[in-house]
Design a protein around this ligand. Structure first.
Ligand code: IMP
Length: 511
């Protein structure tokens, strides 16, 4: 007879954290979000790779390329570059992250010569950068025609409609350096010529990047950035259970710090074979995560197969239709809670701590706090990161609002059949398990991650915890009734910006 779980499976939204005692020392500025990425003998040795923040970006075409990886590693997290591309292309992305030179900035406030002083003021307010390159087409990599800094205009004396071309410092008066200049040389030029910034241009005089005096020691301005022992950004890479004998060596050679088997369902011999092949060829030197699983048995299986971390979650992703198409999955909160318990048992038995990652279904920032409190060491997010400037997808205007494209790896667009592969000769998707969609554009990764994590730190302080392990130990969680979920949002007030009345009755009706 089939096995029945006693309890229904639940989502994050069905839980709340109940505050614990917060001593006066428990303030957000003192919170550490450092968390282990791969397994280690806890209490006996240091974790070989520790994240500075508990966030990794999803192994998806519409989320994790080299640009996203650089932006996220700068903040202390890690991207897993998508594996649903050729081995050469994936290795090249890894290579670009490892070769990236911190301190060379792609300008995000740019002008064209026919823009006006008014635009300068607007951009200054929007981005806060007073140095604005002037390019032929107003883009970050257009032909360089000049530069505008605070020294080029006097707001009190000049007309706001004055054209940029009339007051910019023109190209012929600028000092620039050629592409390929090292950061050290760039800094020497900046000091020798008393500059505030140095544009780097290619052989056609197109702008490549800016080096700023204030970024002289750029590592100091990003204290959380995730670096390897050679001070290069760390980056992860997705692999599949088919072509690992070719893909893994290429990714390892390109410098990937950690791999992850990208599969919708990981309790299988295919994962065992893949992990075994990596252990046979690289021992413990190559770190590799596996998944996804949603119960204790699945975790134990992957732990015994040698996974360095285990990813949890089936069917909870925002673009996921696996539960509808195949009827498999489990509420994300229940899955995390059960796997975390088994992980702790495994640690007590073996002394080896295997980090777990809650993957998919994070809708609100507080879901991250819940996932951590329930035992996750870090979370993987797709939709969240897809909304930012740094994601690889297009930004499009829909009904007057900017959106970013976001599509599932199981959608016809991604054609990532290896993720859903169950062996045999068949290659290709038989049916879709993901959708092609849009998400509201949200600006830069840096600003959003900072805001999200300020909420996580604040919640941790409410729970009296200064570290993630402390949160996991001290957290008190309660299930909520559907009525109290309504109470948790705005209710019984007229919302100013939409002119709609939020009430329990109307929310109930709309549910
Ligand atoms: P999100 O953060 O809720 O958008 O979920 C992202 C996660 O959904 C990824 O990390 C994957 O585990 C999962 N995922 C990605 N593509 C698909 C798909 O097409 N179908 C089902 N799940 C997917």
């Amino acid at each position: 007879m089939a096995f029945y779980f006693d309890e229904p499976s639940r989502t994050f939204n069905e839980y709340l954290l109940v505050p614990g005692y917060s001593p006066e020392t428990c303030v957000p500025a003192q919170v550490s979000l450092h968390t282990p990425l791969v397994k280690y003998r806890k209490g006996k040795e240091e974790c070989p790779i520790t994240l500075s923040i508990p966030m990794v970006s999803a192994i998806m075409q519409s989320v994790s390329d080299d640009r996203m990886a650089i932006a996220l590693a700068t903040e202390g997290g890690l991207s897993f570059i998508y594996g649903s591309q050729s081995i050469e292309d994936e290795a090249a992305m890894i290579g670009r992250v490892k070769d990236y030179k911190a301190g060379f900035v792609t300008s995000d406030a740019n002008l064209s010569p026919d823009m006006a002083l008014d635009d300068v003021v607007r951009l200054l307010e929007e981005h806060g950068h007073s140095t604005m390159p002037v390019t032929e087409d107003g883009s970050a990599h257009g032909k360089l025609l000049g530069i505008v800094t605070g020294r080029d205009y006097r707001l009190s004396r000049m007309d706001r409609s004055e054209k940029v071309a009339n007051f910019m410092t023109p190209r012929e008066k600028m000092i620039v350096a050629p592409d390929g200049t090292s950061l050290k040389t760039a800094n020497d030029i900046i000091w020798d010529h008393k500059l505030n910034s140095l544009p780097i241009v290619d052989e056609n005089d197109h702008l490549v990047a800016l080096v700023f005096r204030k970024d002289y020691d750029s590592h100091k301005s990003n204290p959380d950035e995730l670096l390897d022992s050679h001070k290069r950004y760390r980056v992860g890479a997705g692999i599949n259970t088919r072509d690992y004998a070719e893909r893994v060596p290429a990714l390892v050679d390109a410098g990937a710090d950690v791999l992850c088997i990208d599969s919708s369902e990981g309790y299988s011999d295919w994962q065992r074979f893949t992990l075994q092949w990596i252990r046979d060829h690289y021992g413990d030197e190559v770190k590799v995560g596996a998944g996804n699983v949603v119960d204790a048995e699945g975790f134990r299986f992957l732990a015994d197969c040698g996974a360095d971390f285990v990813k949890v979650g089936i069917g909870g992703g925002s673009i996921c239709i696996t539960r509808e198409t195949k009827g498999i999955g489990r509420g994300q909160a229940t899955a995390v809670i059960e796997v975390a318990k088994e992980r702790n048992r495994y640690f007590e038995e073996t002394g080896i701590y295997i980090p777990i990652c809650s993957d998919g279904g994070i809708v609100y920032d507080h879901h991250i706090s819940l996932a951590l409190a329930m035992g996750s060491d870090f979370v993987m997010l797709g939709r969240y990161f897809a909304r930012f400037d740094e994601s690889p997808s297009n930004r499009v205007m829909i009904n007057g609002s900017y959106m970013k494209e976001y599509w599932g790896e199981g959608s016809a667009r991604a054609r990532n059949w290896q993720r859903y592969d169950l062996g045999g000769d068949k290659r290709g998707l038989s049916f879709e398990e993901g959708v092609d969609s849009f998400v509201p554009y949200a600006g830069s990764l840096k600003d959003n991650v900072a805001l999200t994590l300020s909420k996580v730190r604040s919640t941790m302080c409410n729970c009296g915890a200064l570290t993630i392990p402390e949160l996991q130990e001290k957290a008190k969680l309660t299930l909520v009734s559907s009525t109290s979920i309504v109470e948790g949002g705005a209710h019984d007030v007229m919302l100013r910006d939409t002119n709609t009345f939020a009430s329990r009755a109307s929310v109930d009706r709309d549910r």
